[in-house]
Design a protein. Structure first.
Length: 594
């Protein structure tokens, strides 16, 4: 197929609808390898949009690029747990084998090697993406095998399938993960309850959103149903980009029926006819299986026109793929991405339940929330509320990784103690635990008695364990780099603050820091918390705050400078200006002014 034909096929696939711009660009790049000037011109003309709109997407999303990349695009996960498992050594092995620097493409155009924030394989890292296909458990042997395959130009379809085998690693299952749900059971139960009955049971269950915020699900569904307007949408947020989180990946493979029927039950309750499943770009390899599940549901009358047993209920689900942007996990940023725009969080209110996707009433729920909703409609709200705690009902799925013998997925009733989780996963020398990812909290042994619950230690699911060998300063520094990389750039406090925070942490790590830098980090943290537009900037200072409060010696030993020292050599920095202006006189040097 010619380049123009490939571009046109991507456009036609989405009916030349500008709201599908991100999907069109993803598909075109998948065929052609990059977003070429011709792709930009053609797509802009066919969709009747300015080319700058396409340029803005390419600049925003990490997985889109407007310069040619290698035929094999390798992205190694740079998450802290991957580093603990040896990712840096494997990166150097790749770079040496291909003779490139990180972020570069080989001269022959064969291969590109770069980093990505997190691949969602924290329990079986180091993780690698090769042309969006995930490879876990990277070691020297696997690196050498991949290098050989690339140098032989072996098609990805011919690579040994053992390279791509990803384990679910379900270590402890409870109500949600114990066994697969019989297809149709949740949807049939919802239809039997009736629209109002579903919402009543959701409210009776006290189910709260599992994405982190914990908003009552029944109230959200009721608010969407009662919002003015004839058209409504259900959005499933499967953009789990928080380092240390991988539970949604397992739910989408092991309990996809629950997730999809949870969306359908929500659609039935609020009167929506369309569902949108937004999956992070790093999980592209899940798409084919999920599309097959959707096709089976349509064939059995559980999706599509005139769903069985429900007069007048038409509901279908389509999959949208992200393209490497952590901030799209925030619900309004996700909606922006669904509409084919850069995923920058919206100003709220209005909230999505009244003005969401296409400015219509929209329910945005996390993967785990929708899966839990099937438990409510099948067994009833009262039974669901009988597990967990009064303020945190039901069970919680945790993604456990790091320094433990049995990393993986653990499901517990809410209220489980951290010490219980640590014992179950074989963390014999836990010095601290990072709960809910970089934006969450670091807990030390004197806090291990605390409970996983909204009223105590709230979490979206990440549970990273670190033993006594680990230096929390370096972990906080990794988190600072993560936030600087993932800031959407919309607001100045976050855009500038996260970059300054990362630079200051680097300066301290290099032995050029003093208490001045610590004071600046404190000031930045508070400034970002108070003035950032969304939760990314508001929580970006958490790792530093925890490090300074709980691990001060790790900082103090690095504060080598007694007084402030410039981060750069100002005299050397003027060198290019002197060369450009042909100035080498005394006044062109800083020393002349002192």
């Amino acid at each position: 197929m010619s380049d123009l034909a490939s571009i046109e096929a991507a456009i036609v696939r989405y009916n030349a609808n500008p709201h599908y711009l991100l999907q069109i660009l993803r598909d075109a790049q998948g065929e052609l390898g990059w977003i070429s000037p011709e792709t930009t011109r053609r797509v802009a003309a066919r969709l009747d949009i300015p080319r700058t709109r396409i340029d803005s997407l390419v600049r925003f999303y990490a997985f889109l690029h407007d310069t040619p990349a290698g035929a094999y695009r390798l992205r190694l996960s740079d998450n802290v747990t991957d580093r603990m498992q040896g990712s840096e050594a494997q990166l150097q092995r790749f770079l040496a084998a291909f003779g490139v620097a990180c972020g570069e493409t080989s001269a022959d155009g064969l291969v590109s090697v770069d980093l990505t924030s997190c691949t969602g394989l924290c329990d079986q890292g180091p993780g690698l993406l090769v042309n969006e296909r995930a490879i876990p458990r990277l070691d020297a042997g696997r690196v050498d095998e991949i290098v050989g395959l690339v140098k032989r130009r072996a098609p990805l379809a011919d690579w040994p399938q053992t390279l791509f085998e990803i384990a679910d690693n379900v270590r402890r299952a409870d109500a949600l993960l114990a066994e697969p749900m019989k297809p149709g059971r949740a949807l049939d139960a919802a239809i039997a309850l009736g629209r109002q009955g579903v919402i009543d049971e959701m409210k009776r269950s006290a189910l709260r959103g599992r994405g982190g915020a914990g908003f009552p699900t029944g109230l959200k569904w009721e608010g969407c149903r009662n919002a003015p307007g004839a058209e409504r949408f259900i959005v499933c947020n499967a953009d789990e980009g928080e380092p240390g989180t991988f539970k949604d990946r397992v739910l989408l493979t092991r309990q996809a029926e629950r997730v999809l029927e949870g969306m359908a039950a929500a659609g039935f309750a609020v009167g929506a006819r369309r569902g949108l499943l937004y999956i992070r770009g790093e999980y592209d390899y899940l798409r084919a299986t999920l599309e097959a599940r959707l096709a089976a549901m349509r064939a059995s009358g559980r999706l599509g026109v005139a769903i069985r047993g429900a007069a007048g209920f038409d509901f279908d689900i389509e999959i949208h793929m992200g393209a490497g942007a952590y901030v799209c996990g925030e619900e309004s940023a996700l909606i922006e991405s669904l509409e084919g725009k850069p995923g920058r969080p919206r100003i709220r209110p209005p909230f999505p339940v009244t003005r969401g996707y296409l400015d219509k009433p929209t329910v945005v729920d996390n993967v785990e929330t929708l899966a839990q909703a099937t438990e409510v409609v099948i067994h009833g709200g009262a039974a669901f509320a009988g597990r967990g705690t009064r303020a945190s009902t039901g069970t919680k799925v945790l993604s456990v990784s790091g320094d433990c013998e049995r990393p993986g997925i653990y499901e517990y009733p809410f209220g489980v103690r951290l010490s219980h989780v640590l014992e179950d996963c074989g963390a014999r020398d836990a010095a601290f635990v990072q709960v809910s990812g970089p934006s969450g909290a670091c807990l030390t042994p004197d806090e291990f008695h605390r409970a996983i619950a909204f009223e105590d230690v709230a979490t979206a699911g990440a549970f990273m364990v670190f033993d006594s060998r680990r230096d929390y300063f370096e972990i906080a520094r990794n988190f600072a780099r993560f936030f600087a990389h993932e800031s959407c750039g919309f607001c100045t406090p976050c855009r500038v603050g996260t970059s300054l925070q990362s630079d200051l942490m680097d300066k301290i790590a290099e032995g050029r820091g003093s208490h001045y830098e610590v004071n600046e980090l404190m000031r930045l943290s508070e400034l970002m918390r108070r003035t950032s537009h969304c939760g990314l900037g508001q929580t970006a200072g958490n790792p530093f705050n925890d490090a300074w409060r709980k691990f001060r010696p790790a900082f103090e030993k690095r504060l080598q400078a007694r007084d402030f020292a410039p981060a750069i050599d100002l005299e050397a920095a003027l060198g290019p200006a002197r060369a450009a202006t042909h100035r080498e006189d005394a006044l062109a040097h800083l020393e002349a002014e002192t």
